[in-house]
Write a protein that binds this ligand. Sequence first.
Ligand SMILES: [Zn+2]
Length: 415
Amino acid sequence: MRVGLARVSTTKRAQDISIEGQVRDLEAAGCDRVLAERASAYSGGKRPAWEELWSLVASGVVSEVVVIDQSRLSRSGDDMAFLAACAQQGVRVQALTGGQIEVESYSGFITAGVLSVMNQASSRLVGAKVRDGLARRRAAGYLGTGRLPFGYCSQDGRAAPDPTTWTQARERFDGLLAAGMNINQWIRDSGTDVSHTGVRRWLDHPMLRGFAHGQWGAVPALMTWQEWEQATRLRQSRASAIGRTAGRLRLFTGLVSCSECGRCCHRQMDGAVARLKCKSPSCTFYGRSIQEAVVRAQVLEALRTRAVELAELAGTVQHQEPPEAIELRAQLHQLEALERSGVAGLAPALADLRGRLGALQQVPSGPRYDGLADLFATPGTLELATDEELRAIVVEFVASVRFLGNPRRVEITLR
Ligand SMILES: [Zn+2]
């Protein structure tokens, strides 16, 4: 018989929801019986569930004890005695967030890798008990105190796309992308009454990528994983340029670094000619520069030379699995192999992994790369691109441009 123990350490009414969540999780983990109690280990109060667990273990009918984590066992110090008793009776003690708890040896099938998978997989339960309780509230349908991000609303206590703002939210994201993630510029251009911080917080809200109720894929995502990554890259490229430019972002602002000192090259006007220059006094390339036009021509050449390759990349990239998915799949195979070899209690971890994998694969595929293949293949298009369009392309496809102290050539690495 597998027995689960659910407990919270206070007797407050508010903790009922946490107990209910634990009971659900323990039942999902395949417990034949779940004992639950609300009691503080320090209060000296009666602890019927704990005592019943002891007597069940002593009577020999229990094969496995399952808890959410080791701290749920007991905090009065008698958990070590309990574990010793279990070891004597040949009873396994399993923690949903930490794997098997053993007193005599830590060898066994549960490797550090699997432990970490189980920890991740039960992310709703991981770590701090506060987060734990909050996650349970959300899982039970409570959305917590935070406001839902623009584009989402609450339906029967669950997050859902808001039919009245969904399209606007998507337009907001498209507009931001079109503005190269220049949030201030987008606010000005769109005339929207929302703060810079508000937009930033909105963009960072995981619900936009399908996260709700402690789970990925619990709500439709506003943006694809690729779009999120692209937006992040654009924002990072802007962030690295902040403070170095007074005016608007130029084509290569923050993108060309000195191969000697690693710092960004500054753009400086030399008469009518723009030059990119290393300006760190300690660098051996200090004062050396290259014409912006030369860098531009070379970047275009590199992009054109690999046009076919990029076109292929553009065509396939959105069908490629994101790295997280590849990693999750590897973990899933590992767990499935363990399950096949007879390890019990992995069902919740497996379900969680499958859910997260599904969420990653279900993100709608956008038309972001459509047409790019044509763009690269058509002669002259890149030359006619404005600095802003070109910057977006460079950020997306060029991993690095390094100034070698040479006025004629830079080193370009494509993604
Ligand atoms: Zn330098």
